[in-house]
Design a protein around this ligand. Structure first.
Ligand code: PMP
Length: 335
């Protein structure tokens, strides 16, 4: 047995997450399917990687100075990663979250001492206090602050290009046919997908985003895609954003809340893997991809990412009363 040496600080425990082969929940599919368990990062999501990368890059070139306040908008996970960096390195953190954020995520941010500002999701996207604009406004008004801007800063993608990508490549010993991942900022799919394609241009990269996000319609060539409401946290957007690298993506699938949430439930109940809503989306997407691949003798090897954990959604996705109140309790025909 090879044991990991002690980490010099909790920051060194970021990344290097396990890649596990899925079994029961994909037993009907003619492919080997692997998932990277990103909820095993110290703050419980893939976003720890980008928080560390963006903060350390900004420290290096002086964009971030001792005593500064970090301001960021986040579906919750990036804010937790940034909270870890802020606590370890002595910065303050103000996080803008949507007022629809899950109770568990909000409570964890408050437990970490984060100054949380809730954006009113009933405001139109162009409103200066809407989720996408409020952090920019606060950053402009706050002296001595740094706005990492995960939606506009390709250091987000670089964290995955230099971290998640090489890890997956090594863990799979260079034998991968398809990489599938959810797209929120696009950092994971862009950074990891680009790295993997550079190693082997035959690897196909497939993204998944929610019905209501503008990414998939844009990818299919719609000129002015309209955003709509959805409940999956962390995926999709109502705007096209600079971190979403469409040129890396070979195909995009769109998923409903019902499909994502019931696949998160399947992941937990059939496989014992405690993934959150976007992990459910990833499972649904790999299942679609595996079903559509042309038959071949050697099984395909498909890799996906489970970005965060079920513990963040116990009062929503994993709660029957909440699911019933959303009209989502019954799965669709596909399960
Ligand atoms: N799932 C969850 C739960 C997330 O918080 C995020 C980040 N927004 C993603 C998936 C998508 O990752 P990325 O931003 O790298 O596209």
């Amino acid at each position: 047995m090879h044991y990991r040496k002690p980490c010099g600080s909790v920051l060194e425990a970021i990344g290097n997450t396990p890649l596990v082969r899925l079994r029961r929940v994909v037993a009907d599919l003619p492919a080997e399917i692997f998932a990277k368990l990103e909820f095993m990062n110290p703050m419980g999501s893939s976003k720890d990687r980008i928080a560390r990368y963006m903060i350390e890059a900004a420290e290096k070139d002086g964009r971030l100075k001792p005593g500064d306040t970090i301001i960021e908008n986040s579906s919750g996970n990036t804010a937790m990663g940034l909270a870890l960096l802020a606590l370890q390195k002595g910065y303050k953190l103000k996080a803008v979250v949507r007022d629809t954020i899950s109770k568990e995520k909000l409570n964890q941010l408050l437990a970490l001492g984060v100054d949380v500002v809730k954006a009113d999701t009933s405001l139109p996207p162009e409103h200066p206090e809407s989720y996408n604009h409020l952090a920019v406004k606060l950053a402009r008004e706050t002296p001595g602050c740094y706005f990492p801007d995960q939606h506009g800063n390709r250091e987000n993608n670089a964290a995955h290009y230099h971290g998640t990508g090489p890890e997956v490549w090594e863990q799979m010993e260079g034998r991968i046919d398809v990489f599938v991942a959810g797209a929120g900022t696009g950092g994971t799919i862009g950074g990891t997908g680009r790295y993997l394609k550079e190693q082997d241009p035959k690897i196909r990269v497939i993204a998944v985003d929610p019905v209501g996000s503008v990414f998939s319609p844009h990818f299919r060539g719609e000129k002015e895609p309209k955003a709509g409401p959805y409940k999956i946290e962390g995926l999709g957007d109502e705007f096209l954003i600079p971190t979403m690298e469409f040129d890396v993506v070979d195909d995009m699938l769109q998923i409903t809340d019902r499909q994502a949430f019931h696949h998160a439930r399947r992941l937990v109940r059939e496989e014992g893997i405690l993934g959150g809503g976007s992990s459910g989306a990833a499972l649904w997407a790999v299942r679609q991809v595996a079903k559509r691949l042309p038959p071949r003798e050697k099984p395909y090897r498909i890799v996906t990412v489970f970005p965060d954990g079920a513990g963040r959604y116990l009062s929503s996705i994993f709660n029957d009363a909440w699911m019933a109140a959303q009209g989502l309790l019954e799965p669709d025909a596909e399960g």
